[in-house]
Ligand binder design. Structure first.
Ligand code: URP
Ligand code: ZN
Ligand code: ZN
Length: 460
């Protein structure tokens, strides 16, 4: 099957030009001006921005968490992602304490394999680092193509590891050519503040926010950077939210260390005033919590300074009835919010259209950097000959409004209800196939492939 995309404005992290793209099978085979090649299908992209498919390296689909499961399955989640221009996601396998990485991988594969519409990969979350786990790292990297190892410095008693385990893990991961990623907040401080607020009868969602002040994130981010520097292990901080934490990373650059930073769309656009609304605030109960306007400004600047490398979602949806598990106790509200479908259009509208970032930067933080950092470039993350034909066609003139009634995620509210957007993704291609066109999904579950990733250097 061949496909010709005519006259699109092609944007990569580096380029901006008008040309045609010829696709044979799953790959881009030629890019040039006014190509006249017979093709099975031709798409007129005049007036459209043609960009690499989005890669969201932080999603939680069908994940057991806080006594329930995140409400998007691999099918509904990857379908919603495709509708919003995200052609690949990286999800998290969670090791159970006392069990092996292999057992966890087998469990996650049983939920994901054969059910995805879009391409996917896994990070391996190490929650119990011991001699057996250490021996499994090499196999994960070389045989499974899982090269990133997630750690939690919080969720004490459930997922958190201590600094002893972190140091050992970093040494092994560095040796084997992988990367350690982290949820960087101080679990002991948070544990204390949660218990204190509960003992004082302060049980509303506001106290979720007040139990995770900025210092908990700044402290843990600096500690993580120090441990990564000591061990020489490539490090990546997920869902960084605030000025204090970004300053810790800025400080690390002074010794020529690069700690990769991911923020998420919600931390750029939403702030802590959402916690002032009774239990409705539970829609935005996530960890870390939303922050202040000054933190949003720091994050936008951080993108342009090259300190924030990736904009992801941390998509972890729960239906309203699940959020109600914490009606009388904020610590029982399942943490997370739905965003997988809206990241690309929100960032285009609020970032590019409003002049905060350039189009090239948009491609860099939504696709190219995730591909480079996590070992998939140039197969993914760019528009080039021999790359996978994962493409989005965005109409910069179209306008639309986000509503729960219109979204495709398996959740009965929207965290962005009524948000008016400039720019709409009209067509999405995944490995040469039109996956979405004008709101219609044209691929079935099972089309999404597991993408094995290669070793990483910690440099991009
Ligand atoms: O609130 C969140 N972020 N839920 C998902 C788990 C995590 O910490 O990423
Ligand atoms: Zn987290
Ligand atoms: Zn997460």
């Amino acid at each position: 099957m061949s496909l010709l995309i005519k006259n699109g404005r092609i944007i990569t992290a580096a380029d901006d030009y008008v040309a045609d793209i010829f696709i044979e099978g799953e790959k881009i085979s030629l890019i040039g001006k006014e190509l006249s090649i017979p093709a099975g299908q031709t798409i007129d992209a005049d007036g459209m921005l043609v960009m690499p498919g989005g890669i969201d390296p932080h999603v939680h689909l069908d994940m057991p968490f806080m006594g329930t499961f995140s409400s998007d399955s691999y099918e509904t989640g990857t379908r919603a992602a495709l509708h919003g221009g995200t052609t690949m996601v990286i999800d998290f396998v969670l090791q159970k304490q006392g069990h092996s990485l292999r057992e966890a991988l087998t469990e996650w594969q049983s939920r994901a394999n054969g059910n995805c519409l879009g391409d996917y990969s896994f990070h391996m979350a190490v929650t119990d680092f011991n001699e057996h786990t250490r021996q499994e790292i090499q196999t994960m990297i070389t045989h499974e193509g899982i090269t990133s190892f997630k750690t939690f410095m919080a969720y004490k008693g459930a997922l958190m590891i201590d600094d002893r385990q972190m140091t050992g893990l970093m040494q092994e991961v560095k040796k084997q050519g992988g990367m350690v990623t982290v949820h960087a907040t101080n679990g002991d401080m948070i544990d204390y503040l949660v218990a204190k607020h509960k003992a004082e009868g302060k049980l509303s969602p506001l106290y979720h926010y007040l139990s995770q002040p900025e210092v908990t994130e700044a402290e843990a981010s600096a500690r993580f950077a120090d441990m990564a520097n000591y061990t020489g292990c490539p490090g990546y901080i997920v869902h960084l939210t605030c000025e204090g934490a970004l300053n810790a990373v800025r400080q690390a650059t002074r010794r020529n260390q690069h700690v990769f930073v991911e923020t998420c769309i919600q931390y750029l656009l939403l702030d802590a005033s959402r916690y002032e609304q009774d239990f409705d605030s539970a829609k935005w109960v996530m960890s870390p919590p939303l922050r202040e306007k000054k933190d949003q400004a720091t994050l936008w600047a951080g993108i342009n300074q090259g300190l924030v490398n990736v904009v992801a979602t941390d998509h972890c949806p729960f239906k309203w009835e699940q959020k109600l598990m914490g009606k009388d106790d904020f610590s029982k509200i399942p943490n997370g919010h739905p965003a997988i479908e809206h990241r690309m259009e929100l960032l285009y509208s609020e970032g590019v259209h409003k002049g905060r970032i350039t189009l090239n930067k948009y491609v860099e933080v939504t696709s190219t950097n995730p591909a480079k950092i996590f070992g998939m470039f140039p197969r993914k993350g760019t528009i080039a000959v021999n790359s996978d034909a994962d493409l989005i066609l965005l109409d910069p003139h179209a306008q639309h409004t986000i509503t729960a009634a219109g979204h495709h995620m398996n959740v009965d509210y929207s965290a962005y209800e009524g948000w008016e957007l400039q720019g709409k993704i009209k067509t999405v291609l995944l490995r040469g196939k039109v996956a979405v066109n004008d709101g219609e999904c044209l691929v079935e579950k099972g089309y999404g492939q597991f993408i094995k990733r290669h070793k990483v250097s910690g440099k991009i």
